[in-house]
Design a protein around this ligand. Structure first.
Ligand code: PMP
Length: 406
C-alpha cells in the first residue's frame, strides 16, 4: 500500500524520470533542494500565462487577481503553520533572508554584552547573521554544544540559559546530520529565561507537521525550494507583537504608509517587512507546494519516509567500512557518512558516474564538521518521492565505489 502511494507521488515529479548517460537518475540530494511536482510547475506557468501583474498597486483586474492569489498563499501558510494571524507570515527569498530579516530587525533590542546562543549544529545561515548582529551591538555569541552522540546537549544548554541570553537560535532538523531537536521543550526552557527564540525549519518543513503555536517560538523560518516549491521564496513566521517591533532590513516601495523628503512613515505588517515587488510567481508556486504537501504528506507517508531513513542507515552499516554520523532512529530525511578514510568528494564523483546524486562537503556547517573532526562528509537525503529502489541503487553503487577505492 505504502509503495503504491509512493509510486503515485513519484509520478508527479517529471525531473525524476530521466537518464544520466546510461543510468536512470537516483536523486538523493533533496536536503539541498527538492524536486518539484507538476502542480507547482503548472501553477507558476498558469500565473505567468494568465494573471501576471504586480500586486497591490494597480486598479486593474489582472493586478486584483494577482494580489488575491498572492494573499491567499499567506492565508494558506497561516493555516499550514497554525499561526494566530495572517500578518504573522512574511514572504522573503529564503531561509537565509528570513534569518537576516530577524537578526537585522532585532538590532535595537540588543546591547553590548548580551548573549546570543546558537545551536552548534546550525547551518551557516543561522550563524553568520547573528555574528553580524554581535558586531553591530557588542553582543557575545556562545555555541550550544552537542553531546558525544551529536544531539544538542540539554544539560549544557540549561547551564548556558542561566546567562539569561537575549536570543536563542536553534535548528529544528540538522541539514548535515538529520538529527531532530525537541524544539518545543528547548524553546520553553529559553522562554523561561526571557530569551527571544528563532527556529530554523528549513529541513523540517517538508517532512514534519508543524504547529508554531505548540513550538512556542517567536520566529520560525524556512525555504520554499526544500518543500517541493520553487527557489527564490522563503517564509518568516513571527509572533505578532515582536515581529511588529523589527526594524525593516529593506526599505522602499510597498512597505510605506506615507513618504515625503522630510520623513517616511512605514506601513503595517505584513507589508512593512516586504519592500519592493515580491517574488509573486514563486509565492503562487509555494501555495501549490503547500496544497501538494497537505494532500500527500499523510502519517503513512511520514512513516514510509522514516522507514526509508532507517533502511538507508542499516544498509550502510551492513556494508562495513562506513562511518555514520549522528545516526538515530528518529533522524529526518538525512544520513551523513564517509566511506572509510576516502575523501567525500571522490566518493560523490564516483557515485555520480552511476547516476546517483548525493551532496559532499561541509554542508554549510563548518563548526559542526570541526567538532566531529571532519573536513566534510557525504550526505544522502530523501524526499516524499524516494523509494526503496533508490536506496538499493545507491548501496549497489557505493559497493562498486568501495571495490574500486579500498
Ligand atoms: N538552514 C538550513 C538548516 C538549511 O538546510 C538551509 C539550506 N541548506 C538553510 C538554512 C539556507 O537555506 P536557503 O539557502 O534556502 O536560504
Amino acid at each position: 500500500e505504502a509503495e503504491k502511494q509512493n509510486a503515485q507521488i513519484r509520478s508527479q515529479f517529471p525531473a525524476l524520470h530521466q537518464m544520466l548517460d546510461d543510468y536512470p537518475l537516483c536523486y538523493l540530494d533533496t536536503a539541498a533542494t527538492s524536486q518539484k511536482p507538476q502542480m507547482v510547475l503548472d501553477a507558476m506557468a498558469q500565473f505567468y500565462a494568465n494573471d501576471n501583474a504586480n500586486v497591490h498597486r494597480a486598479a486593474h483586474q489582472l493586478s486584483a487577481r494577482s494580489t488575491l492569489s498572492y494573499e491567499k498563499v499567506r492565508d494558506q501558510l497561516q493555516q499550514f503553520l497554525k499561526a494566530e494571524r495572517r500578518e504573522e507570515i512574511i514572504f522573503s527569498h529564503g531561509t537565509t533572508e528570513s534569518i537576516n530579516l530577524v537578526a537585522f530587525g532585532l538590532t535595537t533590542h540588543v546591547s553590548a554584552g548580551d548573549v546570543i546562543l546558537i545551536d552548534a549544529a546550525a547551518h551557516h545561515a543561522n550563524i553568520v547573521p547573528w555574528q553580524e548582529l554581535a558586531k553591530r551591538t557588542g553582543a557575545v555569541i556562545k555555541p550550544i554544544p552537542l553531546d558525544q552522540a551529536c544531539r544538542l546537549d540539554v544539560s549544557a544548554y540549561k547551564t548556558l540559559l542561566e546567562l539569561k541570553p537575549k536570543i536563542v537560535a536553534l535548528c529544528h532538523v540538522s541539514n548535515a546530520l538529520g538529527t531532530v531537536n525537541p524544539v518545543a521543550q528547548l524553546v520553553q526552557l529559553a522562554k523561561a529565561q526571557g530569551a527571544i527564540t528563532l527556529v530554523d525549519g528549513a529541513q523540517a518543513v517538508a517532512h514534519l507537521t508543524l504547529d508554531v503555536t505548540e513550538i512556542g517560538c517567536d520566529f520560525y523560518v524556512f525555504s520554499g525550494h526544500k518543500m517541493y516549491g520553487p527557489t527564490g521564496i522563503g517564509v518568516l513566521y513571527g509572533r505578532f507583537d515582536l515581529l511588529d517591533t523589527l526594524a525593516p532590513l529593506l526599505t522602499g516601495g510597498e512597505m510605506i504608509k506615507r513618504v515625503s523628503f522630510e520623513a517616511t512613515e512605514f506601513g503595517s505588517l505584513p507589508n512593512r517587512l516586504e519592500a519592493g515587488t515580491p517574488p509573486i510567481a514563486e509565492v503562487i508556486g509555494l501555495g501549490a507546494a503547500i496544497t501538494f504537501l497537505q494532500a500527500e504528506l499523510t502519517p503513512q507517508v511520514q512513516a514510509y519516509e522514516a522507514e526509508l531513513v532507517n533502511y538507508l542507515q542499516s544498509q550502510l552499516r551492513a556494508l562495513g567500512e562506513v562511518h555514520l554520523y549522528g545516526a538515530f532512529d528518529d533522524n529526518i530525511g538525512v544520513v551523513a557518512f564517509n566511506l572509510a578514510d576516502e575523501h567525500h568528494q571522490d566518493v560523490g564523483i564516483l557515485l555520480d558516474q552511476q547516476g546517483v546524486a548525493v551532496r559532499c562537503g561541509h554542508h554549510c556547517a563548518m563548526p559542526l564538521m570541526q567538532s566531529l573532526n571532519l573536513k566534510g562528509c557525504c550526505r544522502a537525503s530523501i524526499g516524499i518521492y524516494t523509494n526503496k529502489h533508490d536506496i538499493d541503487r545507491f548501496i549497489a553503487a557505493l559497493v562498486s565505489v568501495k571495490d574500486l577505492l579500498l
